[in-house]
Design a protein around this ligand. Structure first.
Ligand SMILES: Cc1cc2nc3c(=O)[nH]c(=O)nc-3n(C[C@H](O)[C@H](O)[C@H](O)COP(=O)(O)OP(=O)(O)OC[C@H]3O[C@@H](n4cnc5c(N)ncnc54)[C@H](O)[C@@H]3O)c2cc1C
Length: 374
């Protein structure tokens, strides 16, 4: 990439690391910064759908993910009380590529971090940007520790509350709450569980993803209740257990078996497809910073990795950075809009207690569209 000597990636999560890896592989000198001094990720699992697995295959990390995670070739839909309704249509998209799977987030993070380190990408932690000044040839950057630098390209991959977005994209706004919150628990695998499972038709939808030989995570979505304080560990445990009343099957097993030592988290959901343009001079946004979605299609990570691949491809093909950024935005906008809008509408249907078949149909339609080449 002759026209990009040096790039700064702000945010070392899924999208930022994927971008750093791809640019560094193409000869760009990459600096990666992250606000978190310990560069951690929380202890949940993550569902990796077929398109996400395809994106990780393109990034060269699929074998490591298969080894650390779990591959399941099917998901099943149950009524909340444990009665099997049907299989979810999830055809494998490519020969040799698993249909779906899961992995613990810390394992995925470690795999991506190892690749970043192996490429000798400079990583600075506990750091963010405080000012960004783009001009015709690049971007002047002020860092939060008083340092400054100049880069041909700055990528904002700093997630839903993006600082880069606030500094350089005044036409955008914060993501909007969707009215739902997501409960997650990481726990050992229920004995009967062999596939991914969804539970619909009860007071609150839930699902289970196998993430390693003996690890799963379960999610449960509830209407978000505004509170003044965070939940204490005891409240998280008691409230989640209470929400699971009436569940059967493996979800019921988790309710009856969960202990206070299991990792439990609650997070209100927010989403936004940000309006175009997604770049300002040579500053560009990627991942949840510009296409923040909810977990309903389990596709946020896949979209972030796909965006990283497309950004690097288009920059490599273009004669200059602005035309590469315009081509990236053009290729990504409609696909990301589909994910964000479908996810929000599935959430809305769940809040209205819509029929399980209608919810499953919406999910299957979107997942089939996501199987198309990106
Ligand atoms: C409850 C929930 C469940 C989900 N489940 C799934 C799932 O099963 N499957 C799936 O594919 N997707 C899922 N997602 C979505 C997925 O996690 C995100 O879409 C994905 O992580 C986005 O990647 P990202 O790189 O944009 O952001 P992140 O992966 O969040 O990374 C952002 C990074 O930026 C850093 N950062 C933040 N602010 C700053 C700053 N100002 N300066 C510097 N660094 C900063 C953070 O420390 C972090 O390291 C879920 C989301 C939620 C909310």
């Amino acid at each position: 990439m002759a026209h990009i000597d040096k790039a700064l990636i702000v945010g070392g999560g899924i999208g930022g690391m994927a971008t750093a890896i791809r640019l560094a592989e193409q000869g760009v000198a990459v600096d990666l910064i992250d606000l978190d001094p310990d560069w951690r990720v929380y202890g949940a699992g993550i569902t990796i759908t077929g398109p996400t697995l395809r994106a990780y295959a393109r990034l060269g990390l699929i074998e490591a993910i298969k080894a650390a995670g779990a591959i399941t070739n099917r998901s099943r839909i149950y009524r909340f009380d444990g009665m099997l309704l049907r299989d979810l249509e999830e055809p494998a998209i490519e020969e040799g590529l698993p249909a779906t799977g899961g992995i613990m987030r810390p394992d995925l993070h470690r795999i991506m971090q190892e690749r970043v380190r192996a490429l000798n990408i400079s990583v600075r932690l506990g750091l963010t940007v405080s000012a960004l000044t783009p001009d015709a040839d690049g971007v002047d950057v002020d860092f939060s520790n008083g340092d400054s630098g100049r880069y041909a390209l700055v990528v904002g991959a700093d997630s839903v509350f993006s600082g880069v977005r606030r500094l350089a994209f005044p036409h955008m706004a914060d993501a909007m709450p969707t009215g739902q919150g997501c409960w997650r628990i990481s726990i050992r695998k229920p004995p009967e569980l062999t596939t991914g499972e969804f539970y619909f038709g009860g007071p609150n939808p839930a699902g289970i993803t196998i993430c390693a030989e003996d690890k799963v995570y379960m999610w449960l979505l509830t209407p978000h209740e505004k509170r003044d304080a965070h939940y204490s560990d005891a409240e998280l445990f008691d409230t989640l257990k209470g929400h699971m009343a009436g569940f059967g099957g493996s979800a019921g097993w988790i309710r009856d078996t969960m202990s206070r030592d299991d990792w439990i988290n609650y997070r209100p959901l927010a989403a936004a497809l940000q309006p175009r343009p997604w770049f300002n001079g040579n500053i560009v946004l990627l991942g949840d910073a510009v296409h923040a979605t909810t977990p309903h299609l389990a596709s946020g990570a896949g979209m972030a990795v796909e965006s990283a691949l497309v950004l690097a491809d288009e920059l490599a093909a273009a004669s200059d950075i602005p035309s590469g950024l315009a081509a990236y935005e053009q290729r990504r906008f409609d696909r990301c809009r589909d994910v964000v809008e479908t996810s929000i509408s599935v959430g809305q249907l769940q809040l209205e207690h819509g029929p399980p078949d209608q919810i499953a149909g919406k999910m299957e339609g979107a997942l089939a569209r996501l199987n198309l080449p990106f």
